[in-house]
Design a protein around this ligand. Structure first.
Ligand code: PMV
Length: 323
């Protein structure tokens, strides 16, 4: 069997996924919409080797044996199940974005692993099949399989819970300016967080209105209506964090700088600078703006005390195999 290498981008959710109907299959409680992030990527090589007695994982140049390794090995079990093989594999994976900067890498990691793993096992899967497989490794990874602006339909079961592109990367020249506020490891990982979502009394209300927010966000993307998008992504991000802050136990991802950036972005928009914030399960703030406004947004973000670094990414393409 030949080794295979794949590259995949992370994504930033405009309408967030938080909470599962099935934890085991990672079937989400609601649909979500995201944009792939060009320039930041995970590159993963998988080689199935009959001489190996165990899977091995080299992550950013270091042998990994902890929880990250077990999650990767479990995902290889899914690939082996599909291919009908039992051979162990070596996985070499690295991110080109700073590790420990609190950027979620599980989406790009499991998208790249799904594509490289299935190709190395001799399988050719459709985009939909790959998206379903990636979903089981990390929910948001299913959105890093297709390119550009992507919707993940919640679906009823494993078969129909997958992501597809609603517009290609070239559709809208947006930039995600990512304000890195902390190098701290997040206190509650997203897998644990999803399991807590249902304990918040606000999750039900959040889910009830998710179809409307999805429809408005989808329409804003298709019409390239920035004001509509800005309003919806901030609302949806606040709603998810309200659920996090009211679950048991309570989870608060924000730090003082997170709030400072949120307030600054609101003030800039009121002054006519098109920019909107959205925050995942961590303290960093993703500030979305049209490409023409990105230099000004980045400059202003860098001036905010507590912002350590600002990364930027345009809409990214699909996960792909490379030589
Ligand atoms: O795919 P996971 O289990 O890492 O969950 C991602 C959760 C959020 O990033 C907070 C929201 C999202 O939709 O990406």
């Amino acid at each position: 069997m030949q080794p295979a290498t794949a590259v995949a981008f992370p994504n930033i959710a405009f309408i967030k996924y938080w909470g599962n109907r099935s934890e085991a299959l990672r079937l989400p409680s609601n649909g979500s919409i995201s944009m792939n992030l060009d320039g930041l990527y995970t590159r993963t090589t998988v080689s199935f080797d009959p001489d190996l007695n165990n899977d091995t994982l080299i992550l950013n140049g270091r042998r990994s044996t902890g929880p990250a390794f077990r999650r990767v090995s479990q995902h290889l079990d899914r690939v082996r199940g599909l291919a009908g093989i039992s051979t162990c594999a070596q996985v070499i994976s690295s991110n080109n974005f700073p590790t420990g900067a609190g950027l979620a890498s599980s989406a790009s990691a499991f998208a790249a692993l799904s594509l490289a793993g299935t190709a190395a096992a001799g399988l050719v899967l459709s985009e939909r099949q790959l998206s379903r497989l990636a979903r089981q490794g990390s929910g948001s990874a299913c959105r890093s399989i297709p390119g550009g602006f992507v919707e993940w339909r919640a679906g009823e079961d494993d078969e129909d819970s997958y992501a597809y592109s609603i517009a290609p990367p070239s559709h809208w020249r947006l930039v995600d300016c990512i304000a890195i506020t902390s190098q701290r490891h997040k206190p509650t990982g997203s897998t644990e967080g999803h399991a807590l979502a249902g304990t918040s009394p606000l999750q039900h209300a959040r889910l009830m209105q998710a179809p409307q927010r999805l429809a408005i966000c989808r329409q804003a993307i298709l019409e390239r209506d920035f004001d509509k998008l800005a309003d919806m992504i901030e609302l949806d991000s606040n709603m998810m964090h309200a659920v996090m802050m009211t679950s048991s136990p309570r989870v608060l991802y924000w730090e003082p700088t997170t709030l400072a950036v949120m307030q600054a972005v609101r003030a800039w928009r009121a002054d006519g600078l098109p920019a909107a914030y959205t925050i995942d399960a961590g303290p960093n703030v993703h500030v979305i703006c049209p490409e023409v406004n990105a230099p000004q947004v980045i400059e202003k973000l860098e001036e905010i005390p507590g912002v350590r670094q600002v990364l930027s990414a345009r809409p990214g393409g699909p996960a792909r195999l490379v030589d």
